[in-house]
Design a protein around this ligand. Structure first.
Ligand code: PGA
Length: 266
């Protein structure tokens, strides 16, 4: 199941609550020349809502895709402060991060709402980056698999089996986010295989297509060691994505491991 050449590597910048419109514009101006000619890697930028439209405009024709960081599961309605999939689509957004641990931890995002959002995103034609990850305590107690099983089963439950491969899964152990601590590559490889096997419980064909990203304190220096893993198809990058130079260096690490087009030497 590993090594499917259709799984292009994906490098996503999660800007969180950083980058005003003018800062986002400045970033894109610096980034595009640095990644010009990179065709073998999917490059995604996830700005805050106000900068989505301007980032879409500036990246048009460049191959860079713009994703949001969250959305509501309903298409419209009395949900003050929320944004729907049709609104994102009309703004030129192609996908959305869902269930990020900061949303789960700080904004009461539950497995149930992530479930509704993931199905709504796929139904609307947005690519969801569905985030899962255990706490440090769960990891120490040997509960990683149970926690990830619950999060992933819930997140995918309402997605049509034939479309599971459209979901991107991001494995982000909580203690590695924003801490400078990396998960051991051997651990990430095992978890990646575990997550893919969970998808295979519903469809082997879709499991071979699904992309699994790693996220948590990735830097240009650490990127290659994670990207080389068979079970890792890309990276979700926070802090290091806020500087065009370091984000471009991470994209370049992915490019060096991917041959032209869809190639994926293993
Ligand atoms: P970090 O964030 O790279 O700053 O650890 C990753 C994330 O939260 O997606």
């Amino acid at each position: 199941m590993t090594g499917d050449p259709s799984r292009r590597r994906l490098i996503a910048a999660n800007w969180k609550m950083h980058e005003t419109i003018s800062e986002a514009t400045g970033f894109v101006d610096k980034l595009l020349p640095r990644i010009a000619g990179v065709e073998s890697v999917d490059v995604v930028i996830c700005p805050a809502y106000p900068a989505l439209g301007p980032t879409v405009e500036l990246t048009r024709g460049s191959g860079v895709q713009v994703f949001a960081q969250n959305m509501h599961y309903a298409a419209q309605g009395p949900f003050t402060g929320e944004v729907s999939a049709p609104m994102l689509l009309e703004a030129g957004v192609r996908g959305v991060i869902l269930g990020h641990s900061e949303r789960r931890r700080l904004f009461a995002e539950s497995d149930e709402t992530v479930q509704l959002k993931t199905a709504a995103a796929v139904g609307a034609g947005l690519v969801p980056i569905l985030c899962v990850g255990e706490t440090e305590q769960e990891c120490e107690l040997g509960e990683t698999e149970r926690r990830l099983h619950d999060q992933l089963q819930a997140g995918l439950a309402l997605v049509d089996t034939g479309r599971l491969g459209e979901v991107v899964i991001a494995y982000e152990p909580r203690w590695t986010i924003g801490t400078g601590r990396l998960a051991a590559p051997a651990h990430v490889q095992l978890v990646g295989a575990f997550l893919r096997a969970l998808v295979a419980d519903r469809s082997c064909e879709q499991a071979a297509r699904v992309r699994v990203l790693y996220g948590g304190s990735i830097t240009p220096e650490s990127a290659a060691a994670l990207l080389e893993l068979d079970e890792v198809d890309g990276l979700l990058v926070g802090e290091a994505s806020l500087r065009a130079e370091s984000f471009a260096a991470i994209v370049d690490a992915a490019r060096r491991l991917s041959t032209g087009g869809r190639g994926r030497p293993r």
